[in-house]
Design a protein around this ligand. Structure first.
Ligand code: ADP
Ligand code: MG
Length: 397
């Protein structure tokens, strides 16, 4: 498989170090609403600057689909980075151009180059070899620190590192891999997983993989609606996947065979619409025909807390309800709180679940908060991420 080197093991002194970062931060009218992804890259960037590297940073933002969309420029990210790093950040007009080459070539100490949005170029998402070659002209060393993009075989993640022999992962990526590898390969028992969010179909692979490994699996969110419907309960107007009922039954049977405790909600918070001012707590057998289940109920939060506390390893992905709306946020906050209090090794991953943990100001009480949603799930599932395989080096004696 080849070995995975971290930036600490690479010869970066005085060289142009291309760092693939994940600066795909949420923007509201051009303003950054949450800069955690930029902050997450700082340890790697400081490490490189302290060792005298010339930094060339590249990221995608949003889905411009190969077009130059000013609203998706990395300009606000560059400005924020300059403040956080206390360095001059020079944004290039495009990720590959003569001007970009000149900026990178002329970098002085205390300056950092940030290439404009990779996805302004069609070659990025196509993993285009020619585009990767253009990017390679800007780099002596390649470092991937963009865990959130590691499951995508795009040019800056997959094709590019293959062209640069001095390559490895950054400190953020290293921490991600270490934490998730522990859960994947030798999680202390009992190992408890909590899965929620919108859809079963998004998470089939990880549901199947976790059933082979965990002692208990707690299900919430709209995903739970599908499981409850699969047990024959009527879920009113709730969001659920009719075409995944058979799959849900198979997963419940598999859990049974493997002795995995699969927990489903006992009660729910229902309302007649997602914009309702308040919800009503009902037993799972009492969901009115014209109502939708939008959160797990208080009895379920208590039961889930009891299952979470004894865990020696905990993984959580996907909120327990429509947590973005206050009347339906208690289930997710309750689970976030239980996870924070759990003395075991605790990991949370997934854009929305991490947002719920941040909203409750509990992130610091988890052992690891993953910056990758899809990437953390694919890694746990046992898949080799393109971003990791591409930076492995041939084994040397
Ligand atoms: P993550 O980003 O953590 O992986 P997902 O993207 O899978 O999570 O799902 C999060 C979304 O699911 C949130 O927008 C949340 O409002 C929604 N959701 C969760 N439970 C429900 C529910 N019962 N009804 C409607 N939407 C729900
Ligand atoms: Mg999400």
């Amino acid at each position: 498989m080849g070995s995975l080197r971290s930036i600490e093991d690479l010869a970066i002194e005085g060289r142009r170090v291309f760092v693939r970062v994940d600066f795909n931060v949420p923007l509201d009218d051009g303003r950054i609403t949450d800069d955690s992804r930029i902050r997450a890259a700082l340890p790697t960037l400081r490490h490189a600057l302290e060792r005298g590297a010339h930094l060339v940073l590249a990221s995608h933002a949003g889905r411009p689909k190969g077009e130059r969309k000013p609203s998706l420029s990395l300009e606000p990210m560059g400005a924020r980075l300059a403040e956080l790093l206390d360095a001059e950040v020079l944004l290039t007009d495009d990720c590959v151009s003569e001007a970009a080459g000149k900026i990178v070539g002329d970098l002085r100490d205390g300056q950092v180059a940030l290439l404009e949005n990779l996805r302004f170029n069609v070659g990025e998402e196509k993993n285009d070899e020619g585009f990767a070659r253009e990017l390679a002209k800007l780099a002596d060393v390649y470092v991937n620190d963009a865990f959130g993009a590691a499951h995508r075989a795009h040019a800056s993640v997959a094709a590019l590192p293959q062209l640069i022999s001095e390559r490895g992962i950054g400190l953020l990526m290293k921490a991600e891999v270490q934490s998730l590898q522990r859960l994947r390969e030798d999680a202390p028992r009992p190992f408890v997983a909590i899965l929620g969010g919108a859809k079963v179909s998004d998470k089939i692979g990880v549901l199947e993989a976790l059933l082979e490994r965990v002692d208990a699996l707690l299900i919430g969110g709209a995903m739970a609606n599908t499981f409850l419907a699969a047990k024959g309960l009527s879920m009113g107007k709730s969001l659920l996947e009719e075409d995944k009922l058979a799959l849900a039954r198979t997963l419940m049977q598999r859990a049974d065979e493997r002795g995995v405790d699969l927990l489903l909600p006992k009660d729910l918070v229902v309302a007649d619409a997602i914009d309702a001012e308040r919800g009503q707590v009902v037993e799972i057998s009492q969901v009115p025909g014209d109502a939708m289940a939008l959160d797990i109920g208080p009895a379920t939060v208590d039961a889930y807390r009891d299952a979470i506390m004894p865990a020696r390893a905990l993984f959580w992905n996907g909120p327990m309800g429509l947590f973005e709306r206050e009347p339906f946020s208690r289930g997710s906050i309750g689970v976030a709180q239980a996870g924070a209090e759990c003395p075991g090794f605790t990991v949370v991953g997934g854009g929305d679940s991490v947002a719920a943990v941040n909203q409750a100001q509990l992130a610091a009480r988890y052992d690891h908060v993953s910056t990758g949603g899809g990437a953390s799930l694919e890694y746990l599932e046992g898949k080799e991420l393109p971003g990791l395989s591409a930076v492995r080096s041939a084994e040397v004696g």
